[in-house]
Design a protein around this ligand. Structure first.
Ligand SMILES: C[S@@+](CC[C@H](N)C(=O)[O-])C[C@H]1O[C@@H](n2cnc3c(N)ncnc32)[C@H](O)[C@@H]1O
Ligand code: SF4
Ligand code: SF4
Length: 301
């Protein structure tokens, strides 16, 4: 299903080591929100994942999500989980959410994120759990947490009651040196998830974990469908294949161009996981929403 990862702002309230969003103060313009949602609809987009920066700092977020739901989109948000006030306002318009939690050890999460936020993040997850259809935590795998995936999953699965997903920093990004992560360590974390897929509850597909460690071994993986099935929109309303292809603007006209994608440079979760062409496994998000609707309403959306 066609998906847009919509980066609605470049601002943040945290000081993560591997990100510079806190240096910015940019918001998707209020007066262009409706037009952009119509543009997505026109281009047959079915899923919108709101991200940033920290998307809960955009004051128009409730209206944005409400409009997206009214127009039939499946909605997802990626958040650092600190803005409980906003989460309480937006949950009625959310199908799914991913909240960042890099470690089950409070000091480690707080140190990476630059503020003492562990308790409020866990509280936000517990708040959202009964209120959205699919909720996962997300661990950014680095040298400080790669060897604790099992304990982390146990904590999140049992104490918070939700599945865990994982991603890792891209080594072409300028901030890479500030987030040390050796390829072998990413390998270990993702191989652990693959090998112990039944032991814990994971939020990514097993194929994604497998392809990630195979990619790290320079083995062949499924081709990336960024710019074909998954698109990246920035806080100015420009549409690109992904975060790293911002020289290829695709919405020069109302009808978006399709990117001739031969790239295999990264394994970023939000673009690569929907690239895996295994119908049933392809999107845990979609399967999760389908099962939720069947359980709660006796129907699929
Ligand atoms: C950029 S954040 C935006 C949403 C929100 N502010 C948050 O932190 O969850 C989306 C996801 O990317 C992860 N992330 C942060 N820095 C990253 C990096 N350098 N490379 C890849 N992913 C990163 C975050 O941990 C988070 O799970
Ligand atoms: S919370 Fe998210 S947007 Fe903010 S600095 Fe951290 S990774 Fe970047
Ligand atoms: S492989 Fe990574 S860098 Fe290349 S198009 Fe896909 S998401 Fe973008």
């Amino acid at each position: 299903m066609r998906t847009v990862i919509w980066n609605i702002d470049f601002k943040c309230n945290l000081l993560c080591k591997g990100c510079n969003a806190f240096e910015g103060n940019e918001l998707f313009p209020k007066d262009r929100i409706d037009d952009f949602i119509d543009e997505m609809k026109y281009n047959n987009v079915k899923i919108t994942s709101l991200t940033g920066g920290e998307p809960t700092l955009h004051p128009e977020l409730p209206r944005m999500l409400k409009t997206l739901k009214e127009k039939g989109f499946i909605t997802h948000i990626a958040s650092n989980g600190t803005n409980k006030y906003m989460l309480e306002k937006i949950y009625p318009y959310l199908d799914a959410a991913t909240i960042s939690l890099d470690s089950h050890i409070p000091e480690l999460h707080n140190e990476y994120r630059g503020r003492k936020i562990f308790d409020i993040v866990v509280e936000s997850m517990k708040f959202l759990k009964p209120r959205v259809k699919v909720l996962t935590s997300n661990m950014l795998v680095t040298d400080f947490n790669y060897d604790k995936v099992g304990d982390y999953a146990e904590y999140v699965n049992e104490k918070v009651g939700i599945p865990v997903s994982m991603c890792f920093p891209d080594n072409t990004a300028y901030y890479y040196e500030k987030v040390p992560v050796q390829r072998e360590h990413i390998y270990d974390a993702f191989k652990y998830a693959f090998d112990n897929y039944k032991e814990h509850k994971f939020g990514n597909t097993r194929t994604y974990y497998k392809q990630t460690f195979e990619w790290l071994e320079n083995r062949e993986t499924s081709s990336c469908r960024a710019g074909q099935e998954v698109f990246y929109a920035d806080y100015r309303g420009n549409v690109y294949p992904c975060f790293y292809k911002t020289d290829k603007k695709l919405n020069n006209n109302r009808k978006w161009e399709i990117y001739d994608n031969k790239c295999n440079a990264c394994f970023i979760q939000c673009f690569r996981e929907p690239s895996i062409r295994k119908p049933l496994e392809q999107a845990k998000l979609i399967t999760g929403i389908y099962l939720y609707n069947r359980r709660h309403h006796g129907q699929s959306e």
